[in-house]
Ligand binder design. Structure first.
Ligand SMILES: C=CC1=C(C)c2cc3[nH]c(cc4nc(cc5[nH]c(cc1n2)c(C)c5CCC(=O)O)C(CCC(=O)O)=C4C)c(C)c3C=C
Ligand SMILES: [Fe+2]
Length: 384
């Protein structure tokens, strides 16, 4: 494993060089914040949560250094290390299935779960712990938790899957996949001018999301500031929830009930009391227990999150029902002023609960952006 790690530590792609492969949508890896949070949402997701097989911070740092080197190359459509056809007598550094594909706006975002800090005997950020149990949760431990997570988003599923697969390969001996989730059809708009996508219930999802151009809201609600440890500043807390939808029951529900549940119309996405999708939400025009009224900042003392979820369908469940739903991803500066109060309100009153169930869960602290020459989590691990 050490040999594999060492070989991944290859030079970063040359600045200014654009091959046909790199021409297609490169989102810069380096910056003040990790890409994949407030960058425009891509079409596909491969999310993976890892368990560490070591309690040595040095070994984990070596893995993260090698992961970062590989990520820098993959996000610019470069092959990992010496590529898929390097030395003849060794396994290739890159698995090869992304050769010739454009970068497809690939972003790779890393976060650390509460157990990461305990395992490596590192101080957790204040108050950072597993999410509380919410009424109605039916969480599968095999789809929950994890010491480290990687969120890979790209416009081509092969590019996202290739990226996670190569990180898994590089991490062999240090970290192993605990669970993973593929997603499609983004369910959140972060670019106001783009058409808002629809979730599997047929409703526009992401209308009232934070726009990636809204720096004021991102600073107020998404990026951790001086209140956090240095390594987390400019980073964010990520909540992942696998939410199963009882699609068959939903599909037998009247349009009126479906619209009442959200407090928005199905075709246009307009809030009750308005006619157009982006008309303002006037709370007292919406059913008192509607999903939008319950989760709107106006009902929750200004609580606001950045949603970045994806739909999933994972075949059928053995009883002929689709195993489908929403893989909900949300970033926030403070979990107690983000996901937790919203989910408390929704778990208590949301009529949507008859049609959904939370079956997987994870929470991760995502460090700030990576500077050239540094690696994911360096500021946290270098002093350990
Ligand atoms: C705890 C946070 C939330 C969970 C869990 C959640 C699940 C969930 N949501 C939809 C569909 C829609 N949600 C919409 C709005 C919306 N949802 C949340 C939070 C959670 N949703 C917030 C904060 C908001 C914005 C409220 C506002 O400010 O007005 C909408 C309406 C369109 C929109 O603004 O995005 C839909 C539709 C599903 C199907 C679901 C679980 C499966
Ligand atoms: Fe919602």
């Amino acid at each position: 494993a050490g040999a594999v790690l060492a070989r991944q530590d290859q030079p970063e792609p040359r600045a200014g060089r654009t091959s046909p492969a790199t021409a297609g949508g490169v989102i810069p890896f380096h910056g003040a914040h990790q890409a994949g949070i407030a960058t425009p949402v891509q079409d596909r997701l491969h999310f993976a949560a890892f368990d560490l097989g070591t309690d040595s911070p040095e070994r984990v740092a070596a893995m993260l250094r090698a992961w970062t080197a590989a990520a820098v190359r993959m996000t610019s459509a470069e092959e990992v290390g010496r590529g898929a056809t390097g030395a003849e007598l060794a396994p290739p550094d890159d698995t090869g299935e992304a050769i010739g594909l454009p970068a497809s706006r690939l972003t790779l975002t890393v976060g650390f779960g509460p157990s990461f800090f305990d395992r490596l005997k590192l101080p957790r950020p204040d108050g950072f712990e597993d999410l509380p149990r919410f009424p109605g949760d039916r969480l599968d431990p095999d789809r929950s938790g994890g010491d480290v997570c990687v969120q890979a988003c790209a416009d081509d599923p092969q590019v996202a899957v290739h990226a996670v697969r190569n990180l898994v390969r590089i991490g062999f001996g240090t970290a192993s996949v605990r669970w993973s989730q593929l997603g499609f059809g983004k369910t959140s708009s972060t670019t106001p001018e783009a058409q808002t996508p629809r979730n599997l219930m047929g409703f526009k999802d992401g209308t009232n999301n934070i726009a990636t151009t809204d720096r004021e809201k991102l600073d107020a609600h998404v990026w951790v500031g001086d209140e956090g440890p240095e390594w987390l500043r400019g980073g964010s807390y990520l909540v992942a929830r696998r939410i199963r939808m009882h699609i068959e029951t939903w599909d037998r529900t009247s349009l009126k009930e479906q619209e009442d549940i959200f407090g928005r119309t199905k075709r246009e996405g307009a809030p009750y009391g308005g006619t157009r999708e982006h008309d303002p939400v006037v709370l007292d025009k919406l059913p008192v227990d509607s999903h939008v009224r319950l989760s709107n900042p106006g009902s929750l003392n200004g609580v606001t999150i950045l949603r970045r979820g994806y739909s999933f369908t994972d075949g059928t469940d053995g009883l002929g029902r689709l195993d489908a739903g929403l893989f909900f991803l949300a970033y926030q500066r403070d979990l107690e002023k983000g996901f937790i109060p919203i989910q408390r309100a929704l778990a208590a009153k949301d009529p949507l609960n008859e049609y959904i169930q939370h079956v997987g869960s994870g929470v991760y602290a995502c460090p700030g952006g990576v500077r050239p020459g540094s690696y994911w989590g360096e500021a946290l691990l270098s002093g350990a």
